[in-house]
Design a protein around this ligand. Structure first.
Ligand code: PGA
Length: 311
């Protein structure tokens, strides 16, 4: 009977499910390993079915375990929300904001969070940066409060609202022969060695869609796992690429050159998103308000509302 399980056991189990290891869960919760093992034994007994399998040092959840991880997360988040509601009633905005953003958002999200933290000093903020696919995977598991990504359309049902433009541009070395050429036909790019982001990147997805719609096959020289690595490879004259203008930074001290190619920039929208039906915490709502007031002062949040489902 799950009623015999304790909150502590659910907390321990949630950490194991998220971190994939007893050791890391015991470190995070400041518990000893024997305590963690004993709590898990009791929890398995309460469930009446195995909730995990241990293969070497690797922990794998069984189906019953997966379900329990989701349930545990919902219960723990509901309690956390309750704490925040009480803090809100006391007139203090307190609690934690967990935000996961796709890599290109790291060029503006920290500054935004800095401003938000100045207005609400009681709120603890955690920011995770990963590619679009992993953002969607985290949203499917309900691991965070809010997500920032482009092209929220996916198999994960999300409520998503656009709040900022993301322009993808063609970048080259300053001494590249196409620098200064006006209106370069997009087909000309086939002749250039191309540097591509990894599978799972939203930037890559946009680039592939753009090329496919023009019937173009880029000549991929290399696949790289980050925007920074691509920028360095362009400077190393390994090829050209398409990246968000955000990656150029705001200081104007940029060595890369934007080429004037037909069809570019590809203009996408950054969306703030959360799993459809998710109960937003007081703190998450405060962040959304902050976004509408500061980033998009003219936006009407509800009118901007957009949802997305299957692709
Ligand atoms: P990514 O980010 O290329 O790092 O995934 C951009 C996006 O979400 O489209």
């Amino acid at each position: 009977m799950m009623r015999h399980a304790t909150f502590r056991q659910l907390e321990v189990f949630e950490a194991i499910a998220r971190l994939g290891s007893f050791t890391r869960a015991s470190e995070e919760l400041h518990l000893t390993q024997p305590t963690v093992s004993m709590q898990m034994k009791k929890l398995s007994d309460a469930v009446g079915l195995p909730i995990y399998e241990q293969i070497g040092r690797q922990i794998r959840l069984t189906d019953a375990g997966q379900e329990l991880a989701t349930t545990a997360r919902e219960i723990l988040q509901a309690l956390e929300h309750y704490d925040m509601v009480v803090a809100d009633m006391q007139g203090l905005k307190k609690g934690k904001l967990r935000l996961t953003v796709s890599t290109t958002a790291k060029y503006f999200a920290p500054r935004m969070l800095g401003e938000f933290s100045r207005i609400h000093p009681g709120i603890e903020v955690s920011l995770k940066v990963t590619n679009r696919q992993k953002v969607l995977d985290r949203a499917a598991e309900n691991l965070d409060d809010l997500y920032i990504l482009c092209q929220p359309v996916s198999h994960v049902a999300l409520d998503a609202r656009p709040f900022l433009e993301n322009a993808l541009v063609v970048l080259a070395h300053p001494e590249h022969p196409l620098v200064g050429v006006r209106n370069i036909p997009i087909a000309r790019l086939e002749e250039e060695p191309f540097l591509m982001r990894e599978i799972g990147s939203g930037t890559r997805l946009s680039v592939e869609q753009m090329f496919a719609s023009h019937g173009i096959k880029p000549n991929i020289r290399m696949e790289l796992g980050s925007n920074e690595a691509i920028k360095q490879a362009i400077l190393g004259r390994l090829g050209i690429s398409v990246l968000s203008r955000h990656t150029l930074g705001m200081d104007g001290m940029n060595e890369l050159v934007v080429l004037d190619v037909e069809g570019f920039p590809i203009v996408r929208q950054w969306h703030i998103a959360y799993p459809r039906g998710k109960q937003l915490s007081v703190v998450a709502k405060a962040f959304l308000e902050f976004l509408w007031e500061n980033v998009m002062p003219d936006a009407e949040p509800r009118a901007q509302g957009r949802s997305s489902r299957d692709r």
